[in-house]
Write a protein that binds this ligand. Structure first.
Ligand SMILES: Cc1cc2nc3c(=O)[nH]c(=O)nc-3n(C[C@H](O)[C@H](O)[C@H](O)COP(=O)(O)OP(=O)(O)OC[C@H]3O[C@@H](n4cnc5c(N)ncnc54)[C@H](O)[C@@H]3O)c2cc1C
Length: 528
């Protein structure tokens, strides 16, 4: 049946824009429908993590985005007495980027929107407010306010934010709670403090956060007490009284915006209803404590886009789309829980709770392993998919690398070292340690490799790369940092099948590679 587009996306926030970039990369006819006349231009998200930067790298926009990022943002925590008791400064870069970074959301969102100009198959339309929709077995019809002509698409992705009309219209419950605390978020240009790090001051008299942002911006977030300020207006007097203890001249600031927010933690009861799929804030919202709202939406985008593309391209059955919710929903729930727990720890308004917290943290600080667990941010739940488009050879195992994001070390090409993903490309990849897996591909596995465009690469110790390149027509990379050898060593297997979102789909020995590819294809509903 004819439709105007393959995929319609409601909402031009970061999640809708990223999905559209990935669909554009794969030549899918896509329209983004945004109710506003332009992108939201005020600061919102300020924390961007390593997984998100890797995702933007895959969208081919990392260089322009990094212009609006401060890498390695350190966050200090102060006790009730104002003493720094801990500093988050993770040093690992397993996915190829630092773990904690600050950024300016509207500038990065603009890069994502400009990126769409590369794809003639993607149409970004402003001033189009989705008012209603209906779906049947073949398509979704979408109507707009203001009498604009309706349109049809095979799938509709709801990226229309936390108040999603689409989610509400479908009657999908948004389970969770709204915290009692309200916060004033104040964004200021020409940073009156200027210090490069960020602080979370846990004083019970008024917890507040002070965050250094790129391009000389500063964000303050102050907890409000009951009845202190109305929900919609922040008066000049209020602002002055909040800033006065912190900066020299509170009357002389370049205020961008001051707004009152409540912290919500909510999760949609399901992420899919037939041809309609929820992503980003439409599917989950969480307190800003871990800065994971934006990043969780980006994870959705990376996870969903390649699946949608395969289904639309008729290479996979529609049931592949069910794996999106199966994989993403549990992780979003874990992030909400972590963000809520952090809020309880960092914003005590009760002196006894604050003293207990300070004592506990001092105790934790003396034990090196626990200390590094916190400061290296190993408490952050890494996406780990137990079920979905994954092949666990002997059933699910906790210590398996299947269902986890693969590392991104530097690898040597003939012309010099590059990040691994530059070699992997944007689709599936079969990465082998020291062997040529083609030796064991049977006819059916080979056909899947060709149909899915799986790129085959072999990694060897850097010392052997030049020699191997001379005797093989396979793409050979050198293990520049020795991290691939360590990774494969721990798995005790030599071949890994990677999905386009860099998650490990299957691991096998060279001789079992055909079986692994075929089983993955079966589980992922690939049309054989
Ligand atoms: C003050 C604040 C601070 C934050 N800090 C952080 C942080 O530090 N780190 C972090 O990771 N996240 C943070 N977030 C969250 C982050 O900004 C969001 O998670 C992120 O923007 C969600 O992206 P999205 O694309 O899902 O939705 P949105 O960015 O909300 O985009 C939704 C879009 O849909 C459009 N839309 C809505 N309804 C319709 C309709 N009917 N038809 C057409 N278009 C429609 C809207 O106009 C909007 O453009 C913060 C948010 C706020 C408000």
């Amino acid at each position: 049946m004819h439709t105007d587009f393959d995929v319609a996306i409601a909402g031009a926030g970061p999640v809708g824009l990223l999905i559209a970039n990935f669909l554009g990369q794969r030549g899918i006819r896509t329209v983004i429908l945004e109710q506003l006349p332009e992108l939201i231009d005020y600061p919102r998200g300020v924390g961007i993590d390593d997984e998100t930067l890797r995702t933007i790298q895959a969208a081919g926009l990392i260089d322009s985005v990094m212009e609006h990022v401060t890498p390695n943002q350190i966050m200090h925590f102060t006790s009730s007495s104002g003493r720094i008791f801990a500093s988050l400064q993770p040093t690992t870069d397993e996915f190829g980027f630092p773990r904690r970074n600050s950024f300016i959301q509207p500038l990065v969102d603009k890069v994502l929107a400009d990126g769409l100009k590369r794809y003639p198959c993607v149409d970004l339309r402003f001033g189009q407010e989705v008012a209603a929709f209906e779906q049947d077995d073949d398509r979704v019809s979408i109507q707009f306010t203001g009498g604009q002509p309706p349109l049809t698409a095979r799938y509709l992705v709801a990226c229309d934010g936390g108040n999603s009309l689409i989610r509400r219209s479908l009657g999908i419950k948004f389970e969770g709670r709204t915290a009692a605390n309200r916060w004033i978020v104040v964004d200021i240009a020409n940073d009156p403090l200027g210090a490069p790090d960020s602080f979370l001051h846990g004083r019970p008299s008024r917890p507040y956060v002070s965050i250094a942002l790129p391009h000389g911006l500063r964000r303050f977030e102050f907890m409000l007490f009951d009845g202190e300020a109305p929900d919609d207006v922040v008066s000049d007097e209020m602002l002055h009284s909040l800033l006065q203890p912190l900066i020299a001249r509170p009357d002389d600031i370049d205020l961008i915006r001051a707004r009152v927010y409540r912290h919500n933690g909510r999760l949609a009861e399901r992420f899919r209803d037939g041809r309609i799929i929820l992503a980003g804030d439409a599917a989950h919202i969480m307190p800003v404590w871990q800065g994971q709202g934006y990043n969780s939406g980006v994870r959705d985008a990376f996870n969903l886009a390649w699946k949608l593309a395969l289904v639309v391209d008729n290479k996979a059955n529609d049931s592949l789309l069910d794996t999106y919710g199966a994989e993403r929903r549990e992780h979003a729930r874990a992030m909400i829980s972590l963000s809520e727990a952090a809020g309880v720890i960092f914003s005590p308004t009760n002196r006894i709770v604050a003293k207990f917290r300070d004592a506990l943290v001092r105790f934790i600080g003396i034990i090196p392993s626990i200390r590094s667990y916190f400061l290296e941010m190993r408490f952050k739940p890494m996406p780990r998919y137990k079920e979905g488009a994954l092949f666990y050879q002997q059933g699910y195992a906790d210590n398996s690398a299947v269902g986890r994001m693969f590392i991104q070390p530097l690898v040597d090409r003939a012309e010099g070292p590059v990040k691994l993903d530059q070699v992997l490309g944007n689709g599936f990849a079969l990465l082998a340690w020291g062997v040529d897996p083609r030796r064991w591909l049977d006819d059916q596995a080979l056909r899947i490799v060709e149909d899915l465009g799986i790129k085959i690469i072999s990694a060897v110790p850097s010392t052997q790369a030049a020699f191997e390149r001379k005797r093989s027509d396979l793409e050979i990379v050198g293990d520049h940092q020795g991290r691939l050898k360590t990774w494969f060593g721990l798995q005790n297997r030599a071949v890994v099948l990677l999905r386009p979102d860099r998650f490990v789909a299957a691991i096998s020995s060279p001789q079992e590679v055909s079986h692994a590819i075929k089983e993955f294809a079966r589980i992922a509903s690939i049309k054989l």
